[in-house]
Design a binder for this molecule. Structure first.
Ligand code: MN
Length: 321
């Protein structure tokens, strides 16, 4: 992580609290995490020094992986609590099953949005047969206290609104961009957008000054506010911006993630977002006992066992470490 701008100064910005009021350029390097035996993902959030961007609390970027002769993604049934999951693909497809009875195949630039509320379980797998390449991002959005006990639900939105400018096509995943609004249900002021840039594009994307933002590079060579951001890296931008300069040296794609700074302190452990150690312990116990999180039908394999809780108590933390 390096802050290429001036030292960030905490001050009031936006509706609800403290955030870096000045625009910053803070490059976040990915942590390489093994998922299962063959898959490696690049984890951008939580990151050293930065845990959230708006309500975005978890970002994994994976691929492009050649899975022509491989099973591809195989994530057995596992639980979630207190969050929404966003599945976003550039290549391939993901077959989603969950305990509310959903069965959906998510394809590139379609939104798979699962709201866990108090409890849900799901599995994700590459269908058979599947496309040769798998490339995408898996993201979590923390639910605010007022909505985190809601009923679980799943939304599949194959047609999302787009905003275009010369050399840019922005697909709105959550929230709004330049007046175009996603049909996905959001519980906090938030935005997620896929930005497809043509080679040579030199554009300015309108932003909401009260939001903080980060940009994940998915592919290509692109400068974000003058900073080269390599695929699999993220640039944190702070807030106080009305527009974002983007320049593409090749065909390139980005994910824009932003929102009103999330002021509640959270405990994130395994697949759960809670507020107290007791809640997390209870969720783990309920999953291992087969209660509360329902059942996923049709997945060929056993559910995931929860890991052991750490010996040291889990502490609620805010958006910055
Ligand atoms: Mn999951």
């Amino acid at each position: 992580m390096s802050n290429l701008d001036r030292a960030p100064v905490p001050s009031v910005c936006g509706g609800r609290g403290f955030v870096v009021a000045e625009p910053v350029r803070e490059l976040l390097s990915p942590r390489h995490v093994k998922l299962g035996e063959s898959t490696e993902v690049r984890r951008l959030l939580p990151n050293l020094g930065r845990r959230m961007i708006g309500a975005w609390a978890f970002v994994d970027h994976y691929g492009p992986d050649d899975i022509a002769d491989e099973p591809g993604m195989q994530v057995p049934p596992h639980p979630h609590m207190g969050l929404q999951t966003v599945s976003w693909l550039h290549d391939g497809e993901v077959l989603h099953r969950d305990s509310t009875g959903s069965l959906a195949t998510i394809r590139p630039r379609e939104l798979g949005l699962m709201t866990s509320g108090r409890a849900i379980s799901h599995s994700e797998e590459s269908p058979r047969p599947h496309a040769r390449f798998l490339h995408g991002a898996q993201l979590w959005v923390a639910l605010p206290d007022a909505h985190r006990h809601t009923e679980p639900s799943f939304e599949h939105h194959p047609d999302l609104p787009q905003v275009t400018a010369p050399g840019l096509t922005a697909t709105v995943i959550l929230g709004s961009v330049d007046g175009a609004t996603s049909p996905g249900t959001a519980y906090t002021p938030i935005v997620g957008a896929d930005l497809a840039l043509a080679h040579g594009a030199d554009v300015r994307l309108p932003l909401e000054p009260d939001f903080e933002y980060g940009v994940l590079s998915m592919s290509g060579e692109v400068h974000v506010d003058g900073v080269p951001v390599l695929p699999g890296s993220m640039l944190y931008l702070g807030c106080g911006r009305r527009e974002l300069p983007l320049r593409a040296e090749s065909e390139a794609s980005l994910m824009l993630l932003g929102g009103e700074p999330f002021e509640e302190e959270l405990i994130m452990w395994w697949n759960f977002v809670g507020r107290t150690q007791a809640e997390i312990e209870q969720a783990r116990e309920d999953w291992m006992n087969g209660t509360r999180f329902g059942e996923v039908h049709g997945y060929d394999g056993a559910p995931l066992a929860a890991p052991e809780l750490p010996a040291t108590p889990l502490k609620p933390r805010g958006r910055v470490r």
